[in-house]
Ligand binder design. Structure first.
Ligand SMILES: [Zn+2]
Length: 86
């Protein structure tokens, strides 16, 4: 009986230690990866997407060409001008 109880306690203790170590490892990995993920995510989220007034393609605002209050995907479409959307 005492031997069985010992093995039960040893098994549960082993599970507990394994679980605590796994949690610590997971927390460490999460903390290590968190700043990189957050900054990458933030960069994507803060980029505003605009639509080309000529062909309708979506592109980041920083890459768009603004002409006469309209946004275009390229210099060629800017010179062609805005086209009414279907
Ligand atoms: Zn275009």
């Amino acid at each position: 009986m005492g031997k069985t109880l010992f093995w039960v306690v040893a098994f549960l203790g082993g599970l507990l230690v394994t679980r605590v170590l796994a949690q610590l490892a997971a927390k460490k990995m999460y903390n290590d990866s968190l700043p990189k993920q957050a900054s990458a995510k933030q960069r994507v989220e803060t980029e505003v997407m605009v639509q080309c007034a000529h062909c309708g393609v979506h592109l980041p605002e920083s890459e768009a060409i603004t002409k006469a209050g309209a946004r275009f995907c390229s210099q060629a479409h800017a010179s062609l001008g805005a086209r009414p959307q279907r």
